[in-house]
Design a protein around this ligand. Structure first.
Ligand code: PMP
Length: 430
């Protein structure tokens, strides 16, 4: 009967528990209340001129075929240049047709990986805090996430800490690998912490992956955004790792064009062939014009590689100054920042502001989440609570930090500074 049909749940069981998404909530709050938005991770400055020009050239040039479908697994000029570029970085001879696949942003690359590799009953190790979609995507594929926390080492002196102080416990990490472990997700440079994993830390992860025959999904979207001369190490370049790693990148973060949604995967054909299966049965292919322009951007960067004019040299230089500006603003008011080694983000300790936003005992919402909502509504400043990047069971251990995005114009950072200064004055009197 109609009644019986209507009473059956319409949604698949897999969607249980993953219907909420923090971005939907916090992006809306920022749009409604914020005067200064340091929440979601996107630049408010212009992408480089050479890339906008490449897009315009592609759009209005003679080759009108850029307005039509292109190859499903990546526009040929883009996969060719990505194979050349990443072949050089990874020390591998890469075949553009089988070792590279273009995706709708890094987000779809992640989705393809989880759908392709994770089976009902498989465990996937996620280092915590983590970019929130990892957990939902693992669950949607039928897998079980296993969280391994990064913990903040106690400060040794009065100085500001570095994101390097967030550390794994090697014994705890090793204990989470089991027969059920199918893959580990690595994100270095890390969103939200700004941590850049050291060669030693990556070596330990690699050893465990090899020992337990585990795949590595390496989200390296912030690969060029590394500061203070630090080195970004690609885990796929470590011994035994190439054949078990998919490396994920994003033109959004690479060229400051998050709205273009062009991303890619690089890896061995034995893994990428299965990503192609997911891709051809879901998205099929990504918008052609953006791929054409990104290909030209990489062509330029290949020619300028390591030279001062390279965008991959200039962008981190500029972002490091922006980082320092925000670090200074937060430190001046006592919202202690942890200096990030990479990414668009830093996390800052809100403990000294507790008197403004009293804790509600027994609230099911983590303190930092209520604080972030209060701050955007009352001060007009948007940031993201760190607990949003943690699994439900561990939220309370990460609930006195906010994540701020500093990939912003000087004027935006100054406006944030003004809000913080005024707030401090209201607290302490002039
Ligand atoms: N991974 C991480 C760690 C990210 O921070 C983001 C973007 N916020 C993505 C993947 C998604 O990248 P894209 O915009 O290219 O889909």
């Amino acid at each position: 009967s109609l009644q019986a049909k209507m009473s059956r749940p319409v949604q698949a069981q897999r969607l249980e528990g993953i219907d909420k998404n923090i971005w939907v909530e916090f992006v809306k709050l920022a749009a409604t209340y914020s005067k200064v938005n340091l929440g979601q991770g996107f630049p408010d400055f212009s992408p480089p001129g050479f890339l906008k020009e490449a897009f315009v050239r592609a759009l209005s040039g003679e080759n009108h075929m850029v307005h039509q479908y292109t190859r499903a697994f990546g526009h040929p000029p883009l996969v060719k240049i990505l194979a050349q570029f990443f072949g050089k970085l990874l020390g591998q001879e890469l075949d553009p047709m089988t070792n590279v696949m273009v995706t709708v942003g890094a987000y779809q690359a992640l989705f393809c990986c989880f759908q392709a590799f994770v089976e009902e009953g498989d465990e996937v190790i996620i280092l915590e805090p983590f970019f929130d979609c990892y957990e939902a995507m693992v669950r949607m594929a039928g897998g079980s996430p296993v969280f391994v926390p990064l913990r903040l080492k106690a400060p040794t002196d009065g100085k500001l800490m570095s994101s390097a102080a967030w550390q794994l416990d090697p014994a705890e990490l090793a204990s989470k690998f089991s027969k059920q472990t199918k893959a580990i997700v690595l994100n270095s440079p890390n969103n939200p912490l700004g941590k850049v994993f050291s060669r030693e830390e990556l070596g330990l992860l690699a050893e465990l992956c090899v020992k337990h025959d585990v795949l590595c999904i390496s989200d390296e979207v912030y690969e060029w955004l590394v500061y203070d001369g630090k080195e970004h190490v690609r885990i796929a370049s470590l011994p035994g790792m190439w054949e078990r790693t998919v490396t994920i990148g994003s033109a959004g973060k690479t060229f400051s064009i998050t709205g273009w949604k062009v991303g890619w995967t690089v890896g061995p054909n034995r893994l990428l062939q299965h990503l192609r299966t997911v891709h051809q049965n879901s998205v099929y292919h990504c918008a052609t014009v953006g791929q054409e322009a990104v290909a030209q951007g990489f062509q330029r960067e290949l020619e300028l590689y390591g030279k001062p004019d390279s965008y991959f040299i200039q962008l981190p230089k500029e972002l490091q100054q922006k980082r320092d500006r925000l670090v200074q603003s937060l430190d001046a008011v006592g919202m202690k920042p942890i200096i990030p080694e990479g990414t668009y983000f830093l996390v800052a300790d809100i403990s000294q502001f507790k008197s403004d936003v009293p804790d509600v005992p027994d609230s099911s919402e983590p303190y930092d989440s209520r604080f972030a909502k209060w701050m955007v509504k009352n001060k007009g400043l948007a940031a993201i609570p760190l607990s949003a990047f943690c699994c439900a069971a561990h939220r309370s251990s990460y609930s006195h930090f906010l994540r701020f995005c500093f990939a912003k114009e000087e004027a935006t950072l100054k406006a944030a500074n003004d809000i913080l200064q005024r707030w401090k004055q209201e607290k302490t009197g002039p």
